[in-house]
Structure formats: C-alpha cells, structure tokens
Design a protein around this ligand. Structure first.
Ligand code: PHE
Length: 490
C-alpha cells in the first residue's frame, strides 16, 4: 500500500517526495513511509533531512492562545487607546497586566503609540497584526520569513524543534510499481512457466544468522556426542548404562576384585543405605565367582580367602562403567558366542576428596572388544585407531595393574600444547578369572579401555578446574558461549 503510493507519487512529482508532506497528504504514518522506503532497495532513495520546525510556545510572555485568538499584546493594547488619548492608569485598567507591560513596550518600539506628558495616544491611524498572522501560518505548518521567526523565537511565542524528515527520490532501479521478487522457485512456477520471467530475490550473504534462542548443550554433552560418533563409526554398540545403583557383585566380584581390596572400602565407594542389598543374582554364576576368588581354577590359584555373599550383595553407586561391561559379557556368555564391540559413556561415583581435578562423580568412557584369539597387539591397534580420531596420534603405554585385567596398560598421549606426555586412560585384557566363570569359550579374549569424559572436555574447552565444568558452581554463561564443536585434542 504505502510502497505503491510512494512509487506512484515519485512517478508523477518529478521524482521527489517530502516524507512529512506526503504523510499528511496521504494519511500514512510517517515511520511506515520511512520503513517502506528503506526496504525499496534502490527503487527509491531516501535522503535524510533535518528540518527546523516550530511549535507555538505555551509559556510565551503573553500566552499562545491570547496572541493567536485575540491578537498580539501590542495590537490588543493599541485597540483600547481612544483617539483622544488615555492616561497610563486608565489604560492599565483596560487590559490585563501582561498585555499592558509587553504590549506597551512593543507598541512603543513599533512607534504605534506615543507618550506625551501624562497621556498615551495613538501615533498611527492603523496597525496590522503581523505577529498573529505569522503564528497562524506557523500553526498551519506554512513557511514564514526568517526575520519573523527570529523575532517570535526571541519573544518565546514559538519554540523551535528539529524534525527528521526525508526527501525521497527515484533510485537507480526505479519502476512505478515494483514486482515482488520471489524468494523461492516453486513447483507452480515451473509448471506455469512463470519461472521464465521470475525476478528472484538476491541472496544476502552478509545477513547474520539469528543467535540460537533455544537451549544450549553442556560441553560434556557435546564431547560425549563426538565420542559416541567415533565409537559408532568404528562399529561399536552402546551398552545400557541406565542404572547408577549397582551391586558389589557386578561392580567388583564379577571383575575378580577381592573383597578386601581397598577400593571396596567405604572411603572410596558410596554404599547404599536403602535398599542396602541386591535382591537377585544368577546363583550358579555367583557360585563360580566365589570359587575363583577362593581357590581359583582355569589355571589360577585364586586369592585364597573366605568369600562372603553379604559383601557381594551390598548395593553401591557404581564406581566404574566396567560394572556394566561385566553384566554385558555375562549376558553374552549365555548364548552361542558372537564377537562384539561394545562401548558406554556414563556417570560413575567415587567417594573422593573434591579438588580441581577430582569430583565425587564423573563420566567414564569405556570400550571393549570381545572375540576369539585377541592379543595385546589388537588392543594397542584399536587404541591408536580410537585416539587418533580424537586428534591424539602419539601414544605411549605403561604397564599398570587392575584386578580384572592382565596385562594392564596406562595410556599416555603427547600433548603438543602442554609440551608433555599426559595420562589419558587405562586399559587391558580381561583376565580368564573374570571371563571363564561367565561361561565364555576358552579362546575368547576381551580387550578393553576406559577414560574419563571430563579430561578431554577440559582440554578441548580450555578449562583447568573441573568445578568450572561440572557441579553447582558452573557458570551458565559457559554453556551459552562455548563453541558448538571443537576438533582435535592437541
Ligand atoms: N575401569 C577402569 C577405571 O575405572 C578403566 C578400565 C576399563 C581399565 C577397562 C581397563 C579396562 O579406571
């Protein structure tokens, strides 16, 4: 509407339009005219113009209404002076005090009246009320001479204001009626042949995308997704980790971790008060686990201690996701054997003193491969494959100890940024004392590794205090500002 009116007007009026006059003439809101013209994109050009406009002053020394309707003070005063003259006292009674004061001074200045002794009389036969005339013009928005304006301003009868108006001209792309540029090529355009004449809107490559208003992902979630993708690309299946509460049996005993092991101490493990014990375990398997702990078997001597069922029954918050791996391997052993590649990324809990690198809960990433005849070489090979996908290509391995793996290796990676070797994970081959009681075939081996999710996330996001990443002290700004994704841990 406004657009057609503007373009049409430009066609008829020598290509120039004054936005203010136009708004009045066509009854269109001034701001709308400006907005429309700005979007005309070269069809019309907007040239900003600052204009001085005037408003009648409310507190002029004799009041706007007085002057506008009853005439200027000088004219009001002049008209009450009789032909024979009048005494100042008498004159004062005929007009109000401001009219007398201002009007008399002004009439004297104009040489309209004179004062001879005690008598004020008219000096001219006739006067014109130029002041009132000017105010009427100004009120109507008409042009008035500069001199008059200045005089009125001095007398505070008018106030000046700046008004931002625009003069609108024909632009280089001017047409009297703009065709709306299409933003999409549709099926209808193609069918009707309209596409041949279609004017397509140009892409604006400088337009900024809208900042995402929705939720923001925590860095841990983003890195978890990256890791998940890596595992999936490598053909791993995700293990169900949706139970934080686990029995000591699956968390420790099934993993050939002796019941006196310091990690099972309540200083390191959170035990549950209610429900304090598990209500189901596979009895025949429990029996085999008890035997292997007490007296060994499968070529092992065992630990030679009195294994207690009550210890195994105790519920706890799982201290590692290897508890899930033990359940999954047991499950796998109950069916005819098929090789598997499993992974999990989820939360674990440890009763640890909290400091800048430790929290009482964190996330573990775990991967395992279960197949016949696997060797340590296979483990090293898969670790190179996995970590190189995270940008870590220089690895070193150090012999280590876990109750459930033999051999065991700590994994180190050379961090270019830190200029040193940093420990990034733990790994090993699950012991026969763990796998054979489950019922897996003799020649089946399992290579596995684990690492924390927090460590790589902190390296990727440059966070040096774990409490800034996870927990109640985390600054939510971190979530909103951090990059959508980061590549490479080096
Ligand atoms: N469970 C080990 C830990 O908590 C990690 C690990 C997993 C080690 C698998 C070897 C094999 O650190």
């Amino acid at each position: 509407m406004a657009e057609d009116a503007i373009l049409g007007y430009l066609e008829k009026n020598e290509g120039i339009l004054d936005s203010g006059c136009f708004a009045v003439e066509f009854g269109i809101d001034h701001d709308e005219i400006i907005n429309v013209t700005k979007s005309l994109n070269g069809y019309g050009l907007v040239i900003a113009q600052a204009k001085e406009i005037f408003k009648l002053g409310e507190k002029g020394n004799c009041g706007e209404n007085h002057t506008l309707f009853q005439g200027s003070p000088e004219v009001q005063l002049y008209s009450v002076i009789p032909a024979e003259g009048i005494s100042p006292d008498e004159l004062q009674k005929r007009v109000d005090p401001t009219i007398f004061k201002v009007g008399f001074a002004q009439a004297m200045k104009n040489k309209w009246v004179e004062r001879v002794k005690q008598l004020i009389s008219r000096k001219v036969q006739h006067v014109d009320d130029k002041v009132k005339e000017c105010l009427v013009h100004i009120q109507a928005g008409e042009v008035v001479g500069r001199e008059e304006i200045d005089a009125l301003k001095r007398r505070k009868l008018i106030l000046s204001q700046t008004w931002k108006g625009y003069s609108i001209r024909k632009g280089p792309n001017y047409v009297p009626k703009r065709k709306k540029a299409a933003t999409d090529l549709t099926r209808e355009h193609l069918q009707s042949g309209a596409w041949k004449k279609l004017e397509l809107k140009e892409y604006n490559f400088n337009a900024k995308g809208l900042p995402p208003e929705g939720g923001h992902l925590h860095p841990l979630l983003k890195v978890r997704q990256q890791l998940k993708n890596i595992f999936l690309q490598m053909g791993f299946e995700e293990m169900p980790t949706n139970n934080f509460v686990e029995s000591s049996f699956w968390n420790f005993d099934a993993l050939f971790q002796p019941q006196q092991h310091p990690a099972r101490d309540s200083h390191d493990t959170f035990f549950l008060q209610a429900p304090s014990t598990t209500n189901w375990l596979p009895e025949d398997y429990v029996e085999r686990v008890k035997c292997v702990h007490e007296s060994g078997g499968y070529g092992s001597r065992g630990y030679g201690y009195d294994w207690k069922r009550e210890e195994a029954n105790k519920n706890l918050l799982r201290t590692h996701t290897t508890a899930v791996s033990s359940r999954m391997l047991y499950k796998l052993a109950q069916k005819p054997f098929t090789p598997k590649k499993y992974f999990s990324i989820d939360r674990v809990f440890r009763n640890e003193a909290v400091d800048r690198t430790h929290l009482a809960e964190f996330h573990q990433i775990e991967g395992l491969i279960c197949d016949r005849g696997l060797t340590l070489g296979d483990l090293i090979g898969v670790l190179y494959d996995f970590f190189s996908r995270l940008g870590m290509t220089k690895l070193r391995f150090k012999p280590a100890y876990n109750p459930y793996t033999e051999p065991s290796m700590e994994i180190f990676s050379y961090h270019e940024g830190f200029g040193k070797w940093v420990e990034i994970g733990n790994s090993g081959m699950f012991r026969p004392e763990m796998l054979l009681p489950m019922g897996l075939p003799d020649d089946v081996c399992v290579v596995a590794w684990g690492l924390s999710l927090e460590r790589p996330t902190m390296i990727l996001y440059g966070i040096d205090n774990i409490r800034d990443l996870f927990g109640h002290k985390v600054d939510l700004g971190l979530m909103k500002k951090n990059p959508i994704c980061r590549l490479g841990l080096q």
